[in-house]
Design a protein around this ligand. Structure first.
Ligand SMILES: C[S@@+](CC[C@H](N)C(=O)[O-])C[C@H]1O[C@@H](n2cnc3c(N)ncnc32)[C@H](O)[C@@H]1O
Length: 432
């Protein structure tokens, strides 16, 4: 593998590759690293590599001509060569990309400086744009060093016999299990005894499970992309149940005060399907209670009859799992009554979250709200509206308004039971 780095500071690379594995790999001829000075390719008297941005603004931009000439000069003809531009705007560099890059004969890595490089270089020469993380570095040289190190570990022979790149973190989409070495006890902490058992099969199972646990806690996003076996999934499910985060969340389906089509405040009627489906979602996602907010007595009587049928009447023996869900449902005259009930049960007033199909000022995203709920200890009440949505006064008084759920079309008419399931999944899914 040959790396050609284009930089205005070639001296930057004098030390990073002169130690350890990368030094040995160069000595063995497995990799070759050359840093080229972009300034050499500047044609004007001052050897300028940067200029002011068109349209004004602070800082300087790297000129296209020296960079373009440098790329053309170093790119190997007839070889499998890739031009990689380092930029915070690129795709996030990962183990998977490192492996892909290792299959090329040559990587030409462009290091930006100043405000970055002229956009046309990207359009003309770029094969891949890579970022090493969501932060801004003062130059692409740091990113180039990271890329070269990670890619070289996949080049055959670079790791020699000392390790396999396939044992490390990310290789099967999981973080690596905890590692220990001598002494057996350090500051009162003893290593897991299974590692002394000599039973390789059991050690392997223990390591696999520790990997899964670590990944679940630290990088649940990785589990989504990992191929887990049926045994892995069974273990993970048991583990998740034992370690489920404790949160105190209630939901309410608001029949009053809501708007009708003419934006008048009305009370809407009970919809049997909504109650069944939201109750089942509530039970699935670990919500502690589900209130139907309905002030009309006749409507309450109807709701009570239906609830009785499924929790105590003939429906209960016909469908016992429905009992589990519907026994979480309670009827309240108002949102305030639901809040008071939660305050009584939890000894603390809940934060109120409203959901609405239309965008509002100052909305909270799902990820942020999930973090708040799961990392805090306060109870929450999430309000779902019926009719044409919850009244403005309720929305204005709420602690949070979550962003509307939107697809990639301009049609936005989800049923409240669909919206409730989607929102509960975004906030409380186990993420795999
Ligand atoms: C100060 S940065 C320019 C940032 C640019 N103005 C922007 O906001 O996208 C200068 C150079 O550092 C490198 N760089 C900065 N952050 C990086 C990151 N997170 N990953 C890869 N390269 C980065 C790029 O080569 C970039 O052209």
């Amino acid at each position: 593998m040959r790396y050609d780095i284009l930089t205005i500071f070639p001296q930057f690379f004098e030390s990073p590759f002169s130690f350890g594995i990368l030094k040995k790999a160069q000595e063995k001829g497995l990799i070759e690293i050359t840093a080229h000075d972009i300034r050499v390719f500047a044609r004007d008297r001052h050897k300028a590599v940067d200029d002011k941005p068109y349209g004004g603004g602070s800082g300087m931009v790297m000129k296209p001509e020296p960079l373009g000439s440098a790329i053309e000069a170093v790119q190997l003809k007839g070889a499998k060569s890739l031009v990689v531009i380092t930029t915070p705007q690129g795709e996030r560099f990962s183990d998977k990309i490192a492996k892909e890059f290792s299959e090329y004969d040559q990587l030409v890595i462009v290091c930006g400086r100043y405000e970055g490089i002229d956009e046309r270089i990207r359009e003309i020469y770029e094969d891949r744009e890579v970022s090493i993380g969501d932060y801004v570095l003062s130059g692409g040289e740091y990113a180039a060093s990271v890329i070269i190190d990670a890619v070289s570990r996949f080049v055959p022979g670079v790791l020699g016999n000392i390790a396999s790149p396939y044992d490390d973190s990310f290789r099967e989409g999981l973080l690596e299990y905890p590692q220990y070495t001598r002494p057996e006890e350090y500051k009162g902490k003893v290593i897991p005894q299974i590692l002394l058992s000599g039973n390789h099969k059991e050690i392997e199972t223990w390591r696999r499970r520790e990997s899964i646990k670590k990944t679940f806690f630290r990088r649940p996003d990785l589990l989504d992309k990992t191929d887990l076996t049926v045994q892995d999934l069974e273990f993970l499910n048991q583990f998740k149940k034992r370690n489920a985060p404790s949160f105190r969340v209630y939901v309410a389906l608001v029949h009053y005060p809501v708007y009708n089509k003419q934006y008048k405040i009305v009370t809407t009627a009970f919809v049997n399907l909504d109650v069944h489906d939201i109750a089942r979602a509530v039970r699935t996602y670990g919500i502690k209670g589900f209130f139907l907010v309905q002030p009309v007595r006749e409507q309450q009587n109807l709701m009570e009859r239906v609830l009785w049928h499924w929790t105590e009447g003939p429906g209960a023996s016909f469908n016992p799992t429905r009992v589990d869900a519907l026994k979480l449902v309670g009827i309240k005259n108002s949102i305030d009554e639901a809040i008071e009930e939660i305050e009584k049960r939890e000894s603390s007033r809940p934060k109120v979250v409203v959901t609405d199909a239309r965008p509002k000022e100052k909305m909270i995203g799902y990820f942020e709200l999930r973090e708040k709920i799961l990392s805090g200890s306060e109870p929450y009440l999430i309000l779902f509206g019926t009719g044409w949505g919850i009244a403005k006064d309720v929305i204005d008084a709420a602690d949070y308004v979550v962003k509307p759920i939107e697809g990639l079309t301009d049609y936005n008419h989800l049923s409240v039971r669909s919206a409730a399931s989607i929102i509960l999944d975004r906030l409380f899914s186990s993420k795999i």
